[in-house]
Design a protein around this ligand. Structure first.
Ligand code: HEC
Length: 137
């Protein structure tokens, strides 16, 4: 009788542990899929292609804004400290809706593509930070 209940409670504990473990794994998986860091930053490699097609005329391939059109419209240096301070949401809105002389891209770029671009804009900022100190213009 005693042994019987002891056995049952062992089974309960094992089952409980198994359920907990399973839930833990499931929760981890669930959080791994919409991981904001990965999802929001997007694929910088894809972003680079898009950037060269859509943005480089104004912002320059390096993000400096040092192009004839860029200078004419006042495209900002995407590696500047102000640009680096922008949140993902701010950059998203800027690309989606445009601002000042920058046209909106929301019609031609879906969310995922804009996220890829954000990823690449971040890369540009990092490159600048790791390679050179500010060039004087
Ligand atoms: C027609 C020229 C033009 C094109 C094309 C363009 N931009 Fe811009 N961009 C600008 C201008 C001008 C500004 C400054 C807007 C303002 O603040 O008045 C700007 C600002 C920005 C900023 C904010 C920087 C800051 O410090 O405020 C980001 C980020 C940005 N552009 C990203 C992009 C991306 C990504 C693309 C391609 C999808 C793109 N731009 C295409 C002209 C352009």
């Amino acid at each position: 009788m005693q042994r019987e209940t002891a056995k049952k409670s062992v089974i309960k504990i094992v089952m409980g542990a198994a359920i907990l473990l399973f839930c833990g794994i499931a929760a981890q998986r669930a959080s791994a899929i919409p991981q904001p860091a990965a999802a929001q930053t997007g694929n910088a490699g894809e972003g680079q292609k898009l950037f060269e097609q859509k943005c480089a005329t104004c912002h320059g391939p390096d993000g400096s804004g040092n192009t004839p059109i860029g200078k004419a419209v006042g495209a900002k240096d995407l590696r500047s400290s102000e640009a680096l301070k922008m949140s993902d949401t701010e950059i998203f809105t800027q690309i989606d809706k445009g601002k000042g002389n920058m046209p909106p891209f929301g019609d031609s770029l879906d969310k995922a593509k804009i996220n890829d671009l954000i990823g690449y804009v971040r890369e540009l900022g990092k490159k600048q930070a790791s390679t050179t100190s500010k060039k004087s213009n």
